[in-house]
Design a protein around this ligand. Structure first.
Ligand SMILES: Nc1ncnc2c1ncn2[C@@H]1O[C@H](COP(=O)(O)OP(=O)(O)OP(=O)(O)O)[C@@H](O)[C@H]1O
Ligand SMILES: [Mg+2]
Length: 250
């Protein structure tokens, strides 16, 4: 579904990502791990159009989407969440979710002002979808709360739910469980598994927590100083000497 080929990013003299290649198959949960600063977020940014690669290619369903801007990437069914939560604190949970769907009618100011039935209908559908998603994660009761009043874990969940509003096919999660109480981590992981199993979604996940990655992912690539040093299933990766070295720093 997603092919990354020889992807490279230089920041001045620093090569943050170095000829990185991997393939994510449809319906899988693919993990991208590595020590701090190894290029995981930079890779995400290149895939989703937030950064232009210095070299290499990103193919989505065999279409070359290298260097396309974020909205065009999103239109093709790819969304991402951010390492640090980006929800709007002064808006309610529901309002945050309604910001999600892009390129729908009624976005333009003029159309919005005309208040046409077609626009209202889309709005109603979006609200219905938002409340439905909140139901699934058990957060419907907080739909009208301001995001700034919510615990961090719930804000993170709101961000994940918001990413789902456009019904994407591929979801990139940048450290979905960091900063979250371990008892709530399982809730997020269960939801990801549910989306894969019941809705056939595909995930690319960056995580620091090895336990999370090993439990969640079918396949894992390991970065170190921007280079892919290993790829395999959780067992293979766990037992790879290069990975152990990178993590223990010996
Ligand atoms: N916009 C930027 N300008 C310059 N250097 C950058 C920029 N973004 C990232 N870097 C550098 O590129 C390298 C890779 O950073 P990146 O954020 O991709 O790592 P990461 O694997 O996501 O790390 P972490 O686990 O800490 O989130 C780091 O050395 C970082 O300092
Ligand atoms: Mg990062």
């Amino acid at each position: 579904m997603l092919k990354v080929r020889q992807l490279t990013k230089d920041f001045g003299g620093l090569r943050a990502v170095d000829q990185c290649s991997f393939t994510v198959s449809e319906g899988s949960i693919f993990g991208l791990i590595g020590p701090n600063g190894s290029g995981k977020t930079t890779t995400f940014n290149m895939i989703t159009g937030f950064l232009e690669p210095t070299a290499g290619q990103v193919l989505f369903r065999d279409e070359d989407i290298t260097g396309r801007p974020p909205d065009q990437v999103a239109q093709r069914g790819i969304v991402r969440t951010f390492q640090l939560v980006r929800v709007f604190g002064r808006m309610t949970v529901l309002e945050n979710l309604l910001l999600g769907p892009k390129n729908q009618r009624g976005e333009g100011l003029l159309l919005g002002m005309l208040n046409l039935p077609v626009v209202r209908r889309q709005e109603e559908q979006a609200i219905e979808r938002a409340l439905g998603l909140l139901d699934v994660v058990g957060l419907r009761s907080i739909a009208d709360e301001y995001c700034r009043d919510l615990p961090y874990a719930e804000q993170k969940m709101v961000e994940i739910v918001r990413a789902l509003m456009t019904d994407p096919d591929l979801i990139l999660l940048d450290e979905p469980t960091s900063g979250i109480n371990p008892s709530l981590v399982d809730q997020i992981l269960d939801y990801v598994r549910h989306l894969r199993k019941e809705e056939g979604k595909t995930f690319l996940v960056v995580e620091h927590d090895m336990r999370v990655i090993m439990n969640l992912c079918d396949r894992i690539a390991v970065l170190d100083y921007g280079r892919k040093i290993c790829e395999g299933d959780p067992d293979e990766v766990c037992n790879d000497p290069a990975v152990i070295d990178a993590y223990l720093g010996v």
